[in-house]
Design a protein around this ligand. Structure first.
Ligand SMILES: *[C@@H]1O[C@H](CO)[C@@H](O)[C@H](O)[C@H]1NC(C)=O
Ligand SMILES: *[C@@H]1O[C@H](CO)[C@@H](O)[C@H](O)[C@H]1NC(C)=O
Ligand SMILES: *[C@@H]1O[C@H](CO)[C@@H](O)[C@H](O)[C@H]1NC(C)=O
Ligand SMILES: *[C@@H]1O[C@H](CO)[C@@H](O)[C@H](O)[C@H]1NC(C)=O
Ligand SMILES: *[C@@H]1O[C@H](CO)[C@@H](O)[C@H](O)[C@H]1NC(C)=O
Length: 423
């Protein structure tokens, strides 16, 4: 009986302590490492005037606050998007001030470090703009890097073989392009070629193909949202820019969409805004760039299910054949923090994409081993859970003791009374 109560208490506690990210977050960043999708930062718009907010600088202010949250989605277990989502909060381990629009990649000397560079830190821009999270020791650090470039909000791609992280242009300059390369093993910055590079831009996506080409899709340059007919490519092996003319369906130009690469060379581009001033999301929200042939081919995806509202400022991560979309800004409503806006696209059939409600483990998901043995649960939540369980168990036992004590006392009183009655 007591065990049952304890069990119920425990479940109740888990429910209370269950972490839900502030899911109105726009412009958070994501990185897949093993069976965990890590997320950090983002802006939380003012709920009263969210639809008119387009300027997020100098936060916190009336427009928005920035998030300091750091958490992961555990994709080693299945879940339903309307059920309990396996989030694990790691915010208390983070040393980064509130931030958004950062570059973030799995990289580092042992391929087990999350590396973040620059972005918007509101009014508290740190001196050292690189933050690293070691997935083995679970520690953040803020190392000094040599030849650090000026701050900007950009995107990154990591070459796992060399540990080099490539960051093209960004928000600071949309006229003169730059290619900054961080060697995450030596924490030294270098520059790449800009001969033949496209105009400087931000809010684009980067996709590194297996042949060493980084594909730059969309974004905003000094003349507005960039068109998608010609796609800039940067080859990391020979430090050279190319451009590729595409065939097929021509998608609406877009910024702050998402791109994921499937094993068979499809880049699935989802969402994005039509222009930076209105942030109205594109209508053709699911388009696919096939990079398999000698020319790239665009197509509009065939979707046989109902689609969620088109969005921008979200993130998408491919785990096996599931594209996991998180949060972002749609044009219809501001999601509440209880809505847990997670959407899943099944990309396995390239002729028939499906938005589905359940993430299943139908292929093994790799894991990254941490040096901690108990690596499946968040240490913070765990300690909190154990502590509160102990406290509650103590209170429970105390209550039982008091109950027994008072019952006995009452019985004794009753006995006394009955005794006195007998007198
Ligand atoms: C949100 O915006 C409204 C309307 O401008 C303003 O009155 C309110 O103070 C803002 N909220 C915050 C937290 O700044
Ligand atoms: C998340 O939301 C809660 C409740 O609205 C708030 O107290 C908390 O500060 C928010 N966290 C961040 C990182 O903004
Ligand atoms: C590094 O991690 C990525 C992503 O998990 C993986 O694809 C790649 O093979 C890994 N590289 C090495 C050298 O372990
Ligand atoms: C979409 O479906 C139609 C009919 O099944 C097919 O003819 C077309 O090739 C498909 N397009 C794509 C991009 O898969
Ligand atoms: C992680 O640990 C498991 C079991 O201890 C082991 O089989 C696996 O090879 C390890 N993986 C890595 C990437 O070290």
């Amino acid at each position: 009986m007591r065990l049952l109560y304890l069990y119920i208490f425990n479940e109740f506690l888990k429910l209370i302590l269950a972490f839900t990210p502030n899911n109105t977050v726009w412009g958070h960043i994501n990185a897949l490492a093993g069976s965990r999708i890590y997320y950090t930062g983002g802006v939380i718009p003012n709920a009263t005037i969210w639809k008119s907010i387009i300027d997020f600088s100098n936060t916190p202010n009336q427009m928005a606050t920035q998030s300091k949250e750091f958490y992961y989605l555990d994709v080693s277990t299945g879940f339903k998007i309307n059920g309990i989502i396996p989030w694990v909060d790691l915010s208390s381990s983070s040393i980064i001030p509130p931030h958004s629009w950062n570059a973030f990649s799995l990289c580092g000397s042992d391929n087990s470090t999350l590396v973040m560079f620059g972005g918007d830190f509101g009014s508290t821009t740190p001196i050292n703009l690189v933050f690293t999270y070691n997935l083995k020791t679970l520690q953040w650090s803020n190392p000094v890097t040599s030849s650090q470039p000026p701050n900007k909000a950009t995107r990154s791609a990591c070459d796992f073989r060399t540990g080099k992280m490539y960051m093209f242009s960004g928000s600071s300059n949309t006229v003169n392009p730059t290619m900054n390369i961080l060697d995450t093993k030596t924490l030294t910055w270098g520059v790449g070629s800009i001969i033949g590079a496209p105009s400087g831009r931000y809010d684009y996506t980067v996709t590194l193909l297996s042949n060493g080409n980084i594909v730059y899709i969309g974004g905003v340059d000094s003349s507005g949202v960039v068109k998608l007919l010609t796609i800039p490519l940067y080859n990391i092996n020979d430090d050279t820019w190319y451009s590729m003319t595409t065939t097929g369906y021509l998608p609406t130009p877009r910024g702050h969409h998402s791109s994921v690469l499937t094993k068979d060379g499809r880049i699935i581009v989802y969402g994005g805004y039509i222009d930076r001033i209105t942030l109205v999301p594109v209508l053709d929200d699911l388009v696919v760039l096939d990079t398999g042939g000698t020319v790239f081919t665009w197509s509009k995806a065939n979707v046989s299910t109902l689609s969620p509202p088109s969005r921008c400022y979200h993130s998408a991560t491919l785990v096996n054949h599931y594209m996991i979309v998180l949060f972002g800004r749609n044009d219809l409503y501001l999601p509440s923090s209880t809505m847990n806006e997670v959407y899943i696209l099944d990309t396995s059939d390239k002729f028939d994409y499906k938005w589905i409600s359940e993430y299943k483990i139908d292929e093994p998901v790799p894991t990254i081993n941490s040096t901690y043995t108990n690596n499946n649960t968040n240490p913070d939540t765990n300690i909190a859970l154990i502590a509160s369980t102990v406290v509650l168990a103590f209170l429970f036992v105390l209550a039982i003791c008091l109950l027994i004590f008072f019952c006995r006392k009452r019985n004794r009183n009753i006995l006394l009374i009955s005794g006195s009655n007998e007198q």
